[in-house]
Design a protein around this ligand. Structure first.
Ligand SMILES: [Zn+2]
Length: 99
């Protein structure tokens, strides 16, 4: 079941990284609000993987007195997000067509 949502989670992460930048614990909390229970053991490898693929870049920043690694969407990440948004819209239109 987890596999079914992994793409949605990635798109969600990419969206927030492109909007305002994210750090591990912050995005864990954000995803929890949306009903996804994801721990550090999943989110950190996911962020590293997305950075390695050029979708995200990171830099250190102080947030609430703690040094955090903050991830932002790259230009590649932003165009991947635009493409993903088109796909999400298309899927949404289809699966809600008869409702
Ligand atoms: Zn969100």
């Amino acid at each position: 079941m987890k596999d079914l949502y992994s793409g949605l989670i990635r798109i969600h992460v990419l969206y927030h990284a492109c909007e305002e930048g994210i750090f591990g614990l912050g995005i864990i909390r954000e995803l929890r609000k949306h009903g996804y229970r994801i721990g550090p053991g999943t989110i950190y490898p996911l962020l590293h993987g997305m950075e390695k693929r050029g979708l995200l870049r990171s830099s250190f920043a102080w947030i609430d007195g703690r040094r955090r690694k903050v991830y932002y969407g790259t230009r590649t990440g932003k165009s991947a997000l635009e493409e993903a948004k088109r796909k999400v819209r298309e899927l949404t239109n289809e699966i809600f067509a008869d409702e």
